[in-house]
Design a protein around this ligand. Structure first.
Ligand SMILES: Nc1ncnc2c1ncn2[C@@H]1O[C@H](COP(=O)(O)OP(=O)(O)OP(=O)(O)O)[C@@H](O)[C@H]1O
Ligand SMILES: [Mg+2]
Length: 412
């Protein structure tokens, strides 16, 4: 009989689908996916809840299916958060080491991290993550663990991710009203990173882009730590919308032909390739040029990648991304995306599906499940780390506000 403590549920409340991933934690720390439930999502726009009732319904249905498939009862979940309201920046602070030996203790590290985190945050926003990036002792970079070193000044660098309080509250409220507790909330691209990136990529520098339905999230890692993150309010659904408007067909048909015939590349598309689209009972088929369809896909993907490229260039990390780009999320399945990204970023590009876990092949082979799998991996570590005992029993918000997300600092 499975112990409840061994089960971790990742709940990805996305713009197009809600998906619950049921994972089982093995004795040696490995994670095995034993069930999955998915339900279409209609209550979010650009990653933010706009219809509570519809979102609650989708959450309930996804979890019910996951329970049926894995034959377990679900009570609590690790949930993702995203949306255009997410903001992130790097902060640093310096503290003096006053003891005569100059030795740096754990308490100094905590003090320096707290000082770096104690930056101005507008009252309508809350800190979702404050992730340690590294330390400097007397102005010299010393990596992530300065304990035991000696010096006169310890400087901490932290990546801070904030979100609108109301958006975070609404996701949690929907999950609670569907009848489930939230153990923690995690920024979605961080969860995706956990599922699809290797330690080596994070060390040598990588840009992860998760192109979903309503949002495109991206994060940059170098030297094993997160350096830059952002959420764009643009995704695959905008492409569906473009197709519907330009080709004058219903959204549902646009989504269908996008998945079946669209491509971001136009190399293998003949001028005369045509698609017959049945738009309604009794109506004649509409004949659509496949080249026109691919031109629409090309422009939208070009816009998304170019916006990110500009941001990365501004951030100064462009030259430090030695491992290149990893694409994940449903919209990255559009044929030609990898090639197009490689041209725009002028870097190697690969697709990223969940890895480092075993179990259901349908989940492991598909980039749309990257966030859900990452959430369950996060939860699994949370359960086995000191974080759980430290924060257990506290109100979720105060916990999220206070925690320094040590684990992301160490592992991401
Ligand atoms: N084979 C495919 N080709 C092109 N697009 C696809 C394909 N499969 C899925 N998509 C698109 O991927 C998008 C959904 O991706 P995903 O499931 O990652 O989004 P989400 O997590 O629900 O949304 P978000 O992360 O924005 O909240 C939709 O726009 C869908 O049309
Ligand atoms: Mg998503």
């Amino acid at each position: 009989m499975r112990r409840k403590d061994d089960l971790v549920i990742g709940l990805d409340v996305g713009t197009t689908k809600v998906c619950a991933i049921v994972a089982e934690k093995g004795d040696n720390g490995d994670v095995r996916i034993i069930g999955m439930g998915m339900s279409p999502s209609n209550g979010l726009r650009k990653g933010v809840v706009v219809n509570m009732e519809s979102t609650i319904g989708s959450i309930g249905r996804a979890i019910e299916k996951a329970e049926e498939m894995s034959d377990v009862e679900i009570n609590s979940v690790f949930a993702g958060i995203a949306g255009g309201h997410i903001d992130s920046f790097n902060s640093r602070a310096c503290i003096p080491i006053t003891r005569s030996s100059g030795e740096i203790l754990e308490s100094d590290i905590q003090k320096a991290l707290s000082a770096a985190r104690a930056t101005y945050i507008p009252i309508d926003r809350e800190v979702v993550h404050a992730i340690p990036q590294g330390f400097l002792v007397d102005g010299h970079e010393v990596g992530k663990d300065p304990r035991g070193m000696s010096g006169m000044r310890l400087e901490a660098k932290v990546h801070i991710i904030t979100g609108a309080i109301t958006s975070a509250q609404n996701i949690i409220l929907c999950i609670n009203r569907a009848g489930f507790a939230v153990e923690d909330i995690v920024l979605e691209p961080l969860a995706s990173a956990l599922a699809v990136l290797t330690e080596e990529e994070k060390e040598s520098g990588v840009l992860l882009i998760d192109i979903g339905g309503g949002t495109t999230d991206y994060v940059v890692f170098t030297g094993g730590a997160i350096r830059h993150s952002n959420v764009l309010s643009l995704g695959g659904d905008h492409l569906t919308n473009d197709i519907a408007i330009v080709l004058k067909i219903p959204m549902s048909k646009a989504e269908e032909i996008k998945k079946e015939y669209a491509s971001a590349g136009r190399e293998n598309v003949g001028e005369s390739d045509e698609i017959a689209v049945r738009c309604g009972v009794g109506q004649p088929n509409r004949i659509i040029s496949r080249k026109e369809l691919c031109d629409i896909a090309h422009s939208r993907m070009d816009e998304i990648f170019s916006l990110i490229m500009r941001e990365i260039h501004k951030s100064g990390y462009e030259r430090r991304i030695s491992s290149g780009v990893v694409l994940t999320g449903g919209a990255s399945l559009l044929p030609g995306s990898v090639r197009m990204a490689a041209d725009i970023f002028d870097m190697p590009v690969r697709m990223g599906s969940p890895m480092g876990v075993s179990g259901l092949v349908e989940v492991l082979d598909n980039p749309i499940f990257a966030t859900g799998v990452g959430l369950s991996k996060f939860g699994s570590h949370w359960r086995s780390s000191a974080m759980e005992s430290r924060f257990k029993g506290r109100h979720l918000f105060s916990r999220v506000l206070e925690r320094m997300s040590d684990w992301f600092g160490e592992k991401l």
